[in-house]
Design a protein around this ligand. Sequence first.
Ligand SMILES: NC(=O)c1ccc[n+]([C@@H]2O[C@H](COP(=O)([O-])OP(=O)(O)OC[C@H]3O[C@@H](n4cnc5c(N)ncnc54)[C@H](OP(=O)(O)O)[C@@H]3O)[C@@H](O)[C@H]2O)c1
Length: 358
Amino acid sequence: MTTADPTTTPQNEALFLLGPGGPFVVRPTPMPTPGAGELVVRVRAIAVNPVDAITGPLRRLVSPWVRFPTVLGSDVAGEVVAVGPDVTDLRVGDRVTAFAAGQEKARNRASEGGFQRYVTVLERVTTRLPADVAFDRAAVLPLALATAAAGLYETDQLGLPVPTVGAARADEVVLVWGASTSVGMNAVQLARASSYTVVATAGRANHDLVRSLGAETVVDYRDADVDRQVVAALGGRRLVGTVAIGKGSLGHALRIARSTPGTKRIASAYPDPVTSVRSRIERLRGVHVTAIWGGTPVVSPVGPAVFRDFLPAALADGRFRPAPEPTVVGHGLEALPTALQTLRNGVSATKVVVGMDA
Ligand SMILES: NC(=O)c1ccc[n+]([C@@H]2O[C@H](COP(=O)([O-])OP(=O)(O)OC[C@H]3O[C@@H](n4cnc5c(N)ncnc54)[C@H](OP(=O)(O)O)[C@@H]3O)[C@@H](O)[C@H]2O)c1
């Protein structure tokens, strides 16, 4: 193991969730030691996600394997302070953003939860940051990026090719329903990087933003004739798949898939209890519906393909932009419950972030 400065002994602390319904408590916790393929990151910014904001019995339903007390949080940005064996690309001192995988079934460890000062992360889902990308902007990326990548690239989802230089697929379209969500903004940019044309839906106030990320056409998902507008925007081109995000998105995606030429594959990010029932029925009609699990890239080849092979260069040359913009609601672990409440109250085209510099 390589560490930043053996003469200092930094103290770690984490925001523990004591049970499915709370409460949250900030407590000291051991300084982590990285294992094979792992890094320890001094956290400088944390973003919160809808899955962190769940309370009560639904939390047990979403991640029944989690043992309490636990440490939530998937999105961190900061500096590498220690590297374990078999870490190949990253070094102590690198500025990174990483998917903290503590809540994933395959990891399931409090030391890998993002809501702490020093967190263990996996190199395979960590991205080195260019100097001009601030930590609070970078922290918006990991889970939304991983979820979009899972939907687009995992073989059992849309199964599209990861971003490649020189591919031309402009006559093939990816539909991103809910493109002004954090997941959607990443899906738009990834689909463009994979050389597809993107048709999208978003609230009207966010149309320019979604277009600036690369969507060719954006339609308001609240319009009564939104399905007709989307089909018109496809203009008879081949729909290679839909990433369906947000309440009601699956119904729209199914109607559109049925009335357009293409593969009829829909990757749904909305955790709707009827998705699995519906997917079985739709399979008989030739429409392939799958539920996305945003943590899949933590263990699949899609993780390193996106976090390590694509994103560092794409951020550096401006092909990929951390989106949405962060809204920093406070500083320190104590600010995280407020951040979660801000998210529960509803956001539009922004990611709620807590700074960790104080
Ligand atoms: N399956 C997974 O593993 C996984 C992982 C991450 C997230 N998710 C889910 O994906 C969804 C998005 O998460 P996020 O963090 O990206 O959300 P977010 O950034 O917090 O989403 C905010 C945006 O949602 C949009 N929105 C609200 N209702 C919508 C609807 N009915 N249809 C389309 N867009 C709608 C709003 O758009 P306007 O302001 O433009 O109206 C708003 O900008 C959530 O349901 C979340 O639970 C799933």
